[in-house]
Design a protein around this ligand. Structure first.
Ligand SMILES: [Mn+2]
Length: 325
């Protein structure tokens, strides 16, 4: 895929004001890249509005300037120029699309292989670990210096999208970028504690319920868990509390794919994690979702959660060479 930072720079320069957003239910990369992109736009002399479809999860509220990311419904104007970050398709922008004016122009900066190039300008780099990795390259090309605040934003995305520098996307380049960021004097251990280690009590209670549903396929290659609406209501929990529960299923010795099925009010959500045999990005794509080879997800409409389980597990088994005996 071809991309050019100068196209993105020209895009920002041609705008008087830029609406910046990451994907709905934002993660560390969506939030870190939203805040970092604001900093880049301001360095180019532009004013910005930061928005997201969903509330910023508590875990990220300690980040500087994070209160500038407003819920879409609280913004009473429309925008001609949009910088969309970490969104594989336009639907991932969620309700922030309601703020687009007619003839809106989008600059799409992302690292998902499933990105459908919905922007007028597309900076899509599938081999990048994270969207912040791309933004850091863009900053280098612009000759913008690093300070501790921008380094905190960039490090947040790098750390969370690589699972604390453990996933296969932890390239030598990622570690060199991280070294530069830590070199500004940010307290990386403090960020790791806040972003990766700290869990709310509710999150652990939800994990407790999820683990009680843990099931292993007869060929021991697939493990899954289920959370119902009642589970969330019973604990007064929200989707913010799910964290990376799905990893517990995938982490079982010998398992290739871990799945978390969860019931929402009018549809079902499926999170998929793989050790590499199965490209779960492709599995998610079959059901209208997306993501990466080792981490993906989709939303599904069905009568019951059992139907969703059957369809998704079937798609996984097909890729593992057939149904388990
Ligand atoms: Mn990302």
């Amino acid at each position: 895929m071809m991309y050019s930072f100068s196209d993105a720079t020209r895009f920002i320069q041609s705008a008087d004001h830029v609406l910046i957003t990451g994907h709905l239910h934002p993660d560390g990369d969506a939030i870190g890249s939203t805040l970092a992109a604001a900093w880049i736009c301001k360095s180019l002399g532009k004013s910005v509005t930061l928005a997201n479809d969903s509330r910023v999860p508590d875990r990220y509220l300690f980040l500087p300037n994070v209160d500038q990311i407003q819920p879409a419904e609280e913004i009473g104007r429309r925008f001609q120029y949009v910088l969309a970050l970490d969104c594989a398709d336009e639907a991932r922008i969620g309700k922030v699309r309601h703020l687009f004016s007619e003839g809106v122009q989008i600059c799409n900066v992302d690292h998902h292989a499933t990105n459908d190039l919905y922007g007028a300008v597309n900076v899509v780099v599938p081999h990048a670990s994270s969207t912040v990795e791309i933004l850091m390259d863009w900053m280098a090309e612009l000759g913008l210096p690093l300070d501790q605040t921008i380094a905190t934003f960039l490090y947040t995305g790098l750390l969370t999208d690589t699972g604390g520098f453990r996933y296969s996307n932890t390239s030598p380049k990622v570690l060199m970028q991280a070294a530069k960021l830590v070199g500004t004097g940010i307290e990386s251990h403090h960020l790791a504690d806040r972003l990766l280690e700290t869990v709310s009590f509710r999150e652990l209670q939800l994990l407790q319920v999820a683990l009680s549903t843990l099931t292993l396929s007869s060929n021991r290659k697939v493990a899954w868990m289920v959370l119902t609406q009642d589970d969330f209501k019973g604990l007064n929990a929200t989707s913010d509390d799910i964290g990376e529960i799905v990893n517990y299923a995938r982490n079982i010795e010998g398992v290739d794919v871990g799945v978390l099925f969860r019931e929402e009010s009018d549809h079902f959500k499926v999170s998929l994690r793989s050790r590499g045999l199965v490209d779960v990005g492709e599995v998610a794509k079959c059901f209208g979702g997306g993501g990466h080879a080792r981490a993906a997800g989709c939303s599904m409409d069905a009568k019951t959660i059992e139907v969703v389980e059957q369809q998704v597990l079937h798609a996984i088994y097909e890729r593992l060479g057939g149904l388990p005996v």
